[in-house]
Design a binder for this molecule. Structure first.
Ligand code: MG
Length: 357
């Protein structure tokens, strides 16, 4: 098949700079691609690069897009090097959107779930305490608190106040973004046992020496589940941790995978526990990522006696990020305790594309 190809690069200031291990992240850069088939079907995709997560740079995406010129065919698209994984992701999303439009022209939502729960994001440090009640009031029941930002003793001292402020039955996720060493991680994990902590995300840095052994050891030594995020930012890393028999959760940012369908199939075969998460993409990438989340069958439910293959509950999404951009036209559905499949399908990518012209 031949396509008309076009792309638009964007650079969008964030409403609030995001603190990362690599400094403040104040504006998001990426590229939106548009494919139009000979039959008039149109698909969009987003290369939402995060170079410090090991993806290509936005310049590399742009160079490859320029090389396409205005016309491409399937062989050309398939030939994009795997190094350009966000571009491959964008092109696959655009093509799958076109294929879906042919199969299902009315765009009926026919996913596994009509809606999925979303986790509320809580700020680091003492500021967390004032944020829980208003979020609980609007209905959030899963909360994610950034830790590993301040002093360990200060943060640990806050943990009980945070737990006490949670509504009954609520769960707390802790995200250390790899900030701890083994000793600090152990102090936290001892404290988390018997508290309503759903999991501790990336307690140890992904790239440190012996990180795999350390993370596997911690996962085996403490009852609180651990989640990998920075450790599984690419298809190859997901594969490696499946192979290592990771017993915890995989935090998957679909926008950063070069082969979303293949990697998700691997996770499903491995009966992995998956939490889908935002890569702070625009609504174009978010729509593709959320479609992936809605298509996921949820956690394998070992409590059902009817055997394997049954879809269970899905864990809350890490998509409570909007409003994100200074220019709200690029945002996905605003943070609410649930996101509905209908709202995902209602995202107007065409007008976002036009806003970039
Ligand atoms: Mg994380």
């Amino acid at each position: 098949m031949n396509y008309l190809f076009s792309h638009r690069r964007y650079r969008l200031p964030l409403r609030t700079a995001v603190r990362t291990a690599h400094g403040a992240w104040a504006e998001r850069e990426g590229v939106i691609v548009r494919l139009e088939g000979e039959d008039g079907a149109v698909g969009f995709g987003e290369a939402a690069v995060i170079p410090w997560f090991g993806t290509e740079t936005v310049d590399e995406v742009e160079v490859a897009c320029r090389e396409f010129g205005g016309r491409v065919d399937d062989a050309r698209l398939d030939g994009v090097p795997t190094r350009l994984r966000c571009l491959r992701n964008a092109l696959a999303a655009a093509r799958s959107e076109m294929a879906e439009a042919r199969k299902n022209p009315e765009r009926r939502v026919r996913d596994n779930a009509p809606y999925l729960p979303v986790a509320a994001l809580l700020p680091a440090g003492r500021a967390v305490l004032a944020q829980i009640a208003p979020k609980a009031e609007v209905g959030f029941r899963v909360f994610k608190w950034k830790v590993g930002v301040g002093d360990v003793a200060d943060e640990l001292a806050l943990l009980d106040d945070v737990c006490a402020a949670l509504p009954t039955g609520a769960k707390l996720r802790l995200d250390a973004n790899g900030a701890w060493d083994r000793r600090r991680a152990e102090r936290w994990l001892e404290r988390c046992a018997e508290r309503p902590v759903e999991f501790v995300e990336q307690p140890i840095a992904a790239e440190g020496k012996g990180a795999v052994d350390l993370l596997m050891g911690l996962a085996g030594d403490f009852p609180t589940p651990l989640a990998l995020d920075e450790s599984v930012a690419s298809d190859g890393e997901v594969e490696r941790w499946i192979g290592a028999g990771w017993p915890g959760i995989f935090v998957i940012k679909p926008s950063l995978l070069g082969d979303v369908a293949g990697t998700l199939a691997r996770l499903e075969t491995a009966k992995a526990c998956v939490v889908f998460s935002s890569a702070l993409e625009t609504a174009v990438g978010a729509r593709a990522a959320l479609r992936v989340a809605f298509a996921w069958r949820g956690e394998p439910d070992s409590t059902r006696s009817t055997g394997s293959g049954q879809a269970g509950e899905q864990r809350a999404l890490g998509f409570g990020v909007w409003p994100l951009f200074t220019d709200g036209r690029f945002d996905g559905p605003h943070a609410a305790p649930f996101v509905r499949a209908e709202d995902v399908e209602r995202i107007d990518v065409e007008s976002l594309w036009n806003a970039l012209s």
